[in-house]
Design a protein around this ligand. Structure first.
Ligand SMILES: Nc1ncnc2c1ncn2[C@@H]1O[C@H](COP(=O)(O)OP(=O)(O)OP(=O)(O)O)[C@@H](O)[C@H]1O
Ligand SMILES: [Mg+2]
Length: 313
């Protein structure tokens, strides 16, 4: 449904999107995950025909974004990162305004507006001015505005930023429902947990490049991250362990970390019998064992060198 090949978008000399390629199948929920300034919005806006690519190509539903922007826009709904609502108008009038821009009108438009107000849990606020809305209400309305013309493909650019947990849950539920109805979705976020919970496949983007692509298991496999086996060991035995464990199966590295021993290994479960046998020889118990397996968070940290949670929007 969406094909992107070697896409480049520059701002002056900055390559905000620097040769990105990916595909999204019909009905798929694709996550574009990356830190601030990674190039997510620039990618989305180029695909949405709001910016023109400097090189490379992209098509949606078989229509090229550069040569066929009108067709692309008909297929596409966009929920922008910056809220785009008329605050002097109420929610119904905002939806009607955008509906009329898409050539809708009359009874069908009013029915569609009712459906979307219902979906956004704003039916009771249909005639309330948007200027009096909370951040979460504005986000929900901003989202359904992108759906007014019943698009086949939806781009959502960080739709949950700056809202409370309840509004966020509602928005994520709405996206799941739309996906189940067969809509193709690209969802950008810098929240790892959201991408993980919501998306079928994820592209990790950083500094304009796609640094990893696939479903959760594929992403972790691409990085080839190791397990960490940690346990408590008396000071006196630490040197002996460090001298011995290098021969254990799957051993990669060992160190003392925060008062514990840490062995990095290909597979923690495989290494464990060696550790247990050695401890038995030393007459020591296996104390405070923890095995950390690779997850998307360690992968993300490794790929971008940045912790998503440390970022402040
Ligand atoms: N209109 C513009 N003019 C010049 N530089 C821009 C413009 N828009 C974005 N940039 C730069 O391009 C890069 C990519 O920005 P972009 O907004 O696409 O990132 P993003 O991944 O959406 O980030 P965020 O999570 O903060 O929304 C950044 O370095 C940004 O400063
Ligand atoms: Mg952005």
């Amino acid at each position: 449904m969406i094909k992107v090949k070697d896409l480049v978008k520059k701002y002056g000399s900055l390559r905000a999107v620097d040769g990105i390629s990916f595909e999204v199948g019909k009905g798929e929920l694709f996550g574009l995950l990356g830190p601030n300034g990674a190039g997510k919005t620039t990618t989305i806006n180029t695909l949405a025909t709001l910016l023109s690519p400097d090189s490379g190509s992209a098509s949606i539903g078989g229509f090229d974004v550069a040569s066929d922007p009108g067709q692309v826009r008909r297929l596409l709904g966009v929920v922008p990162q910056e809220i785009a609502l008329y605050t002097d108008l109420n929610s119904r009038d905002n939806l009607r305004f955008w509906g009329e821009l898409y050539g809708l009108g009359g009874k069908p438009l009013e029915i569609r507006i009712d459906e979307l107000l219902e979906m956004a849990a704003l039916t009771e606020h249909a005639t309330q001015k948007v200027s009096t809305f909370s951040g979460g209400m504005k986000r929900r309305l901003n989202m359904v505005v992108g759906l007014i013309h019943s698009p086949e493909v939806l781009f959502l650019d960080e739709p949950t930023v700056g809202i409370d947990a309840q509004a966020r849950t509602r928005i994520l539920e709405m996206i799941r429902e739309l996906s189940q109805l067969g809509m193709t979705v690209i969802y950008t976020t810098h929240y790892l947990e959201e991408a993980e919970q919501l998306c079928d496949r994820i592209g990790v983007i950083d500094k304009g490049r796609m640094v990893a692509l696939g479903d959760k298991e594929e992403l972790i496999a691409q990085v080839g991250h190791h397990d960490f086996v940690r346990f408590q060991l008396p000071e006196a035995q630490r040197a002996a362990l460090l001298a011995t464990c290098t021969s254990w199966i799957g051993y990669f590295a060992a160190a003392q970390k925060k008062g514990k021993m840490e062995i990095e290994a290909q597979d923690g479960a495989e290494l464990l019998p060696y550790l247990q046998a050695w401890l038995k020889e030393q007459n020591l118990p296996l104390d405070q064992l923890e095995i950390e397996r690779p997850n998307l968070e360690t992968l993300y940290l490794k790929l971008t060198g940045r912790d998503l949670r440390e970022q402040v929007k």
